[in-house]
Design a binder for this molecule. Structure first.
Ligand code: TYM
Length: 331
């Protein structure tokens, strides 16, 4: 089986964009691949100002539990915490030393998050190298992610090629796996910008949280910005309506023509109400499973332990290969 690797940062409020763009895709395709899903806690500390240790610890466990609650089955997929597998940090260093600084300065995420300030942590600049290490450690073929991660995957491919050429490391060149629909869910309050975990934490009505209560989901969708008169056609409406139609499409799995026939020319009340119902029903079992998992955290810790053991066994062989390729003396 081909291998899949992906991860979510344990920060902010996990939302329907993370679910639709990434996690639901992982769950749906589980049987087709050998799957490794990681809670990327080492990435989360690249914005150290946002870290409050107690809340951070809880968030890491929340994300692990959410993976399972969203349908990732620990019997079929390896689930682990990035920091439990020290090979991520080790390969990161080896890769750092062959990464041209210019490649990092060019990354749009760094430009956006640093805002040009030189007082940001070095980890923020180095973020893509750690992400490349995550992916390359497991000889990953496919990386299922949202549209915003494209540049990071391109970077990973370039870096893998570079180290293969320089040191004959035999790293597998990964490919991004991006949904045709739902790869970029927009903010409900502002459909010009991507739905974001940090904004969702600060602003009501921006996002639909995966764990939001039905009444909160309802409020957010009913007050979502819509932007053209009664049009409910994917290619002939503003970004706000398109966003709602797309969420409906992904969760209902109905073809676009059928959705347009149902809602076009009807006023947006009908579309919004139908989307509320669909979303609430879709997320209800996730919320229930999540509550069960939180009531028995021993099980969660067991899953993470088993996952880390399996991940380490794979990651260790890759690091050895790279070390050998570079000429390190074996211990
Ligand atoms: P993160 O934590 O920001 O987001 C997790 C996943 O959700 C996707 N996503 C979205 N998809 C659709 N619409 C949106 N509005 C939306 N917002 C986020 C992201 O594309 C992602 O797939 N750098 C990664 C974490 C990471 C990683 C990795 C991913 C670290 N190492 C290795 C894959 C492989 C990130 O910050 O994701």
């Amino acid at each position: 089986k081909k291998r899949v690797f992906s991860g979510v940062q344990p920060t902010g409020k996990l939302h329907i964009g993370n679910y639709v763009g990434a996690i639901s895709q992982w769950a749906e395709n589980q049987d087709a691949y050998d799957n490794i899903f990681c809670v990327v806690d080492l990435h989360a500390i690249t914005i150290p100002e946002a870290i409050e240790p107690k809340a951070f610890r809880a968030k890491c466990l929340e994300v692990a539990a959410l993976y399972i609650a969203c349908g990732i089955d620990p019997a079929k997929s390896t689930i682990f915490m990035q920091s439990h597998v020290p090979e991520h940090s080790e390969l990161s260093w080896l890769l750092n030393c062959v990464t041209p600084l210019g490649w990092l300065y060019r990354m749009t995420q760094f430009k956006a998050k640093s805002g040009g300030s030189e007082s940001v942590g070095t980890g923020l600049l180095d973020y893509p190298v750690l992400m490349a290490a995550d992916i390359l450690l497991y000889d990953t073929h496919f990386v299922p992610v949202g549209d915003d991660q494209k540049q990071h995957i391109e970077f990973t491919r370039d870096l893998a090629q570079r180290i293969n050429t320089m040191f004959n490391a035999g790293l597998v060149i990964p490919e991004a796996q991006i949904r045709a629909s739902g790869a970029r869910v927009m903010g409900l309050d502002d459909p010009e910008s991507k739905m974001s975990k940090s904004t969702g934490e600060q602003k009501k009505g921006h996002s639909i949280g995966i764990l939001d209560e039905p009444n909160v989901i309802k409020k957010a969708i009913m007050s979502a910005t819509t932007d053209c008169e009664n049009e409910a056609r994917f290619d002939h409406c503003g970004p706000g309506v398109k966003n709602l139609l797309t969420l409906y499409e992904v969760m209902s799995k109905q073809p676009r023509e059928q959705i347009e026939a149902e809602f076009h020319g009807q006023g947006y009340g009908k579309l919004k109400k139908a989307l509320v119902e669909l979303t609430v029903e879709h997320l209800r079992p996730v919320r229930e499973r999540y509550a069960d998992l939180m009531n028995n955290q021993d099980h969660l810790h067991d899953v993470l332990k088993t996952g880390a053991d399996r991940a380490r066994a794979i990651a260790g062989t890759t690091v050895t290969r790279v070390r050998d390729g570079m000429g390190f003396v074996r211990p």
